[in-house]
Design a protein around this ligand. Structure first.
Ligand SMILES: N[C@@H](CCC(=O)N[C@@H](CS)C(=O)NCC(=O)O)C(=O)O
Length: 331
């Protein structure tokens, strides 16, 4: 485990697509790091302390001593540079491996995962899917929209209160929180997504013809790269939203199906996969710290009481036996 120098701090959100990518990168490199949660469901990413760290108000952000890196791609490249003894995730584009990595990354970038995640669930007639994860339900998407409206007001308010941050807040408000796209745009985004998946399926099929042991292979060859990381996050997100059934499950695109299955068994994926349970607990902890503490105490007391009671029963049993034995002996 390479962990010399100052600690690595990752400001992130468990369910965030780009945070997931960086967690996978760190796990693949076997680097120790500390997770610093930034709850964007509570708009914590707009808090002044965070905007000073990341002027885009986005997660993830990596802090390594004096160095602060924003943007998942820049973080993965930084990790390659800062820890050259670990596996390289972003090979140089001048090499065959790097060229392939760039190609698969650009193909993946064509999928508008942000729109598919945040906007599409508001139009279930168009998506024709049922989200597997309730976080991406229609109701939640509408709730998120209301949150974004609130975010615009918050940016304006903070711009007035913190003059040193006025520019970044107004930039955030203008670039991030503009008019929401409608159903037609969602249809187009889903069409592009399907075309990209068709292309991905063809590429995987071609690769499998030229490869003997598919299980040994990743997108750019034997080495696992950032291309695999971003594709893993995309397929995972599409699955959470319920698009696996529409786009690749049950033999519709079998090479994607087996690539994703192969991916799911990768340690870095298993270690970094957003667990809804953990993220819900994290959110609840932020919302209800006292209630949660009381709840945990009640549970602990009940467990302790049950434990003591069961021990008493165990102790009673032999003494009862002894009494019975004495009684039999006396007779
Ligand atoms: N290009 C950035 C994108 C980061 C990004 O969009 N993060 C999302 C979460 S996955 C976010 O912070 N959203 C909060 C917001 O839009 O205010 C990267 O690769 O890190």
């Amino acid at each position: 485990m390479a962990d010399a120098g100052p600690p690595l701090l990752l400001y992130q959100e468990t369910v965030s697509y780009f945070s997931f990518c960086v967690r996978m990168g760190l796990a693949e490199k076997n680097l120790k790091y500390k997770k610093c949660p930034v709850n964007f469901f509570n708009l914590e990413n707009l808090e002044p302390w965070y905007m000073r760290l990341n002027p885009f108000g986005l997660v993830p952000t990596l802090q390594h001593g004096e160095t602060v890196v924003c943007d998942s791609d820049k973080i993965l490249r930084y990790l390659d540079e800062a820890f050259p003894e670990t596996t390289c995730l972003c090979p140089d584009e001048s090499t065959d491996e790097g060229h392939m990595c760039g190609y698969y990354r650009r193909l993946n970038d064509k999928i508008d995962i942000r729109m598919i995640t945040l906007i599409a669930p508001m139009f279930p007639r168009t998506t024709q899917v049922t989200p597997r994860n309730p976080r991406f339900s229609e109701t939640n998407a509408k709730h998120m929209k209301a949150k974004r409206d609130h975010a615009a007001t918050l940016c304006e308010r903070y711009a007035n209160i913190f003059p040193d941050l006025a520019e970044v807040y107004l930039e955030k408000k203008n670039s991030e929180l503009k008019e929401l796209p409608g159903e037609e745009e969602v249809q187009m985004v889903l069409r592009v997504c399907e075309d990209v998946l068709t292309k991905f399926q063809e590429e995987l099929a071609r690769k499998s013809e030229n490869t003997q042991d598919v299980k040994e292979q990743w997108l750019c060859g034997k080495r696992f790269t950032s291309a695999d990381i971003y594709w893993a996050a995309t397929l995972h997100r599409l699955e959470e939203l319920g698009y696996d059934k529409r786009f690749w499950a049950d033999g519709q695109r079998p090479h994607i199906e087996s690539y994703y299955e192969h991916m799911r068994s990768r340690v870095c994926f298993k270690k970094s996969e957003p667990s809804t349970c953990i993220s819900w607990i994290g959110e609840m902890k932020q919302k209800l710290p006292w209630e949660l503490a009381i709840g945990a105490t009640v549970v602990a007391v009940c467990v302790f009481y049950t434990f003591i009671k069961s021990r008493r029963n165990v102790e009673c049993f032999p003494s009862k036996c002894v009494e019975e034995k004495i009684w039999v002996w006396k007779e």
